[in-house]
Design a protein around this ligand. Structure first.
Ligand code: ADP
Ligand code: MG
Length: 298
């Protein structure tokens, strides 16, 4: 295949274009305007984010990608209300929000389950704290546990589970609070490649079944293209929106699509946004020195 066979990442087939048209008609679940964050430290101020603005529509799956240190975690912590912005505005379904709230849920990279509670107790913990325990029957917890495929493990403790299973419990726990928007900060970053791929497919299945809008942080290009409707690409120093890319890869997504020209075109475009190719790279590339044939090296 030549590079001419790969379509421009902007080309959308009719079904994909229609899907994006419908997506943009849906209500705005999350609206971010003029968001900035400065950290004051002994050595002076660091501007982590500046003038970040974007909308996420109801039931959209948005990925946020950018180089390490560009402010992805800071952004998602502000959106979840765990950090206060220096400036800017955040609205959930049109209502201005400040601070954390049950309308927004969070799944982190690190395992954040309570080790002394069983799977079921972990899932029931959020509603208990929110004072909904009287409404939140064990049967409801079971439904969430069932959704993430862990029915057989409801009485297990976190240390008895694999990394992927722990993150499935963390997802069930976040969803049990019935947030309107779910934030995920590199939730599969600590998992091995195979488990990570399984979790990505799992998450799309869950997203299909649950009425939830997802903002998913990652630094993995394949993960972003596989999961997202749109990808918010951030620049570093200071963190700001570089581009919002519509992923024209049809749904339902399958791993075979990773070899599709559209998948590759989108991936390549985002890679160029994050790591622009420099002229000098090709010119200064060292010429390979071929080894002399050696019968012992095979
Ligand atoms: P990412 O998640 O994209 O890797 P972060 O949001 O963690 O980036 O960090 C963005 C920038 O803000 C970095 O330069 C980081 O050092 C800085 N930063 C993050 N948190 C703090 C903090 N609590 N105090 C000072 N600087 C911080
Ligand atoms: Mg981070």
């Amino acid at each position: 295949m030549t590079s001419d066979d790969i379509p421009e990442y902007l080309c959308q087939d009719a079904a994909v274009a229609a899907r994006f048209a419908r997506l943009k008609q849906r209500p705005v679940a999350l609206s971010v305007r003029g968001l900035g964050k400065r950290f004051e430290s002994g050595k002076g101020a660091v501007t982590a984010l500046t003038d970040v603005g974007f909308d996420v529509h109801k039931r959209e799956f948005m990925c946020v990608i950018g180089p390490s240190g560009c402010g992805k975690s800071t952004l998602v912590r502000i959106l979840a209300g765990l950090e206060t912005p220096s400036e800017g505005e955040l609205r959930v379904y049109g209502e201005p929000v400040a601070g954390p709230g049950p309308d927004r849920g969070m799944v982190f990279q690190g395992y954040t389950l309570f080790p002394w509670l069983t799977v079921k107790e972990n899932v029931m913990f959020g509603p208990r704290v929110a004072g909904r325990a009287h409404l939140f029957a064990e049967s409801e917890a079971r439904e969430w546990i069932d959704l993430v495929g862990l029915s057989k493990f409801e009485n297990s403790y976190p240390h008895q589970l694999s990394g992927g299973m722990k993150q499935r419990v963390a997802i069930a726990r976040a969803l049990a609070n019935q947030p309107r928007v779910l934030f995920m900060d590199e939730p599969f970053g600590a998992l091995d490649a195979q488990t990570r791929a399984n979790m990505q497919a799992y998450l799309l299945e869950i997203w299909k079944k649950v009425d939830i809008t997802i903002v998913f942080i990652t630094h993995d290009l394949d993960e972003a293209v596989f999961l997202a409707d749109r990808i918010l690409v951030l620049d570093a120093n200071p963190g700001r929106v570089r581009e919002v890319v519509e992923v024209a890869v049809p749904r339902p997504r399958t791993f075979e699509q990773i070899a599709d020209p559209m998948f590759m075109a989108t991936r390549r475009h985002i890679e160029h946004l994050i790591h622009p190719p420099r002229q000098a790279d090709t010119e200064s590339f060292p010429v390979l020195r071929m080894a002399v044939a050696d019968p012992d090296v095979i």
